[in-house]
Design a protein. Structure first.
Length: 450
């Protein structure tokens, strides 16, 4: 692990009392931020032997900021990207994605997750939380090999339904397998964690909800689910219980600070009040929402103080795993819905992508901002590009103009994983060829018809 000195960069610290340090420096030692400040205060003699990364002599200074934290992404579905475009939700699930997932081998999932980590790294993401993993051990191996930071889980359904036999488990098995994932990975490696998972309210029993909620609270581990994602879900739960999805989980005692709730689109004012009262974390997925689920009430959630973070969701329903793309969508879509150009400003979007993500995953003491003592999880951006010219204001340029081409360097745990826009931990050419080959084989094995 090299010691690194970043020089003459504009530092977006995401620390409320610090803000942006123009023409700053940052020293990294043993995987942590050792020092940070103005370049005019830098004493180079203190950092002899450090690997130096500098802004170009001509043009704009590089931008350094905390690596993005994705709180909801389906890495085991990356090889299914493009399988379910322009189809209805029933076709999407029952004829495309469920057969695809049922056909996956351990090696398939490893390549899928590695493809996901590669794309996330090249777009500035340093930490992610798996949304509903198939074969979590294979995902964890990809996290280890890529150098990223990640949280793994097991996609869990315990009720009979129109799902492949390979994806079914009874309630006791679901509890035991979730517990095994947590016991295998939570706290066992510095860059990997684990959480409990219940895929959705359609195919999960009340007993499973109560049991995993109790385990999550007892073990201080998160429980992730998809909540209030579709109108079909709302109708299903209303018929079953006479309640909304949020109110139904409240009746089971499942709402609380342990719950990571993805999408949360179809909610009313009472639901929002419950989410706030119980400190439920909302995982906002703009791209997937626009395509399948709908548009969440994010401006109101933020105004109420509900913690909202960002995720790219599923490659088959978003097709992209770039947080820069997701930030752009988050910054513009709510303005249209609210008919308000000030809805969800760039500063709020960047908070969702960094410190809010870290808080959501309980990592805000180690990542999410640039501060002395925190982990060196850093994205360095080059705004000397057509897309980011001119640069009048850093936050708005980052949210509304930047794309993956501006990502120059990505550091995780003090290790340089992207340098000059190229991956250092993954052979990209090999990965592209292997992913393409496996994706085609999976379609054949699953007998997926277009």
């Amino acid at each position: 692990m090299p010691d690194i000195l970043l020089e003459h960069m504009d530092l977006i610290t995401m620390e409320a009392d610090v803000g942006v340090i123009e023409d700053g420096y940052m020293a990294i030692k043993d995987g942590h931020i050792e020092a940070i400040g103005k370049s005019s205060e830098l004493r180079s003699g203190d950092y002899v032997g450090y690997e130096r990364i500098k802004s170009p002599k001509c043009g704009k200074r590089f931008i350094a900021l905390p690596g993005f934290v994705q709180t909801h992404v389906h890495t085991s579905q990356a090889l299914g990207r493009g399988l379910a475009d322009d189809v209805d939700l029933i076709t999407w699930t029952r004829k495309r994605i469920w057969p695809y997932e049922a056909a996956l081998t351990e090696d398939d999932v490893y390549i899928s997750a590695l493809l996901s980590t590669a794309e996330m790294l090249k777009s500035g993401t340093t930490t992610f939380c798996e949304a509903s993993g198939v074969k979590p051990d294979a995902i964890a191996k990809a996290v280890l090999d890529s150098g990223m930071r990640g949280i793994v889980c097991l996609s869990t359904m315990d009720l009979p339904g129109e799902i492949p036999p390979e994806s079914r488990m009874n309630t006791q098995e679901a509890i035991e397998r979730n517990l095994a994932v947590v016991e295998t990975w939570q706290g066992k490696h510095e860059r990997i964690g684990a959480c409990f998972n219940i895929l959705n309210l359609f195919l999960s029993s009340d007993r499973l909800w109560r049991s995993l909620t109790e385990l999550a609270v007892d073990k201080k581990v998160f429980l992730q689910t998809h909540l209030a994602e579709s109108l079909d879900e709302v109708a299903f739960i209303q018929e079953k219980s006479g309640k909304s999805p949020v109110q139904f989980l409240e009746s089971l005692g499942a709402l609380g600070p342990h719950l990571l709730a993805a999408h949360v689109v179809h909610v009313d004012d009472d639901d929002l009040a419950l989410l706030k009262e119980r400190d439920v974390k909302v995982l906002h997925c703009p791209g997937a929402g626009l395509r399948i689920a709908g548009i969440a009430r994010i401006p109101e959630m933020l105004a109420m103080g509900i913690l909202v973070s960002l995720g790219t969701n599923s490659p088959p329903c978003n097709n992209r795993m770039s947080m820069l793309d997701e930030m752009w969508l988050a910054g513009i879509m709510h303005k249209a819905v609210e008919n308000n150009p000030q809805a969800v400003p760039a500063t709020s979007v960047l908070e969702m992508a960094t410190i809010n993500g870290a808080k959501t995953l309980g990592m805000d003491q180690t990542v999410g901002t640039l501060a002395v003592g925190k982990k060196a999880d850093i994205a360095i951006l080059d705004f000397n590009k057509l897309y980011t010219t001119p640069t009048h204001e850093l936050f708005s340029t980052l949210v509304y103009q930047a794309n993956n081409a501006v990502v120059d360097t990505v550091i995780v745990d003090g290790e340089i994983l992207v340098e000059g826009g190229k991956l250092t931990s993954i052979n990209e050419d090999w990965l592209i060829a292997e992913a393409e080959r496996r994706a085609r084989d999976i379609v054949k094995r699953a007998n997926i018809k277009f």
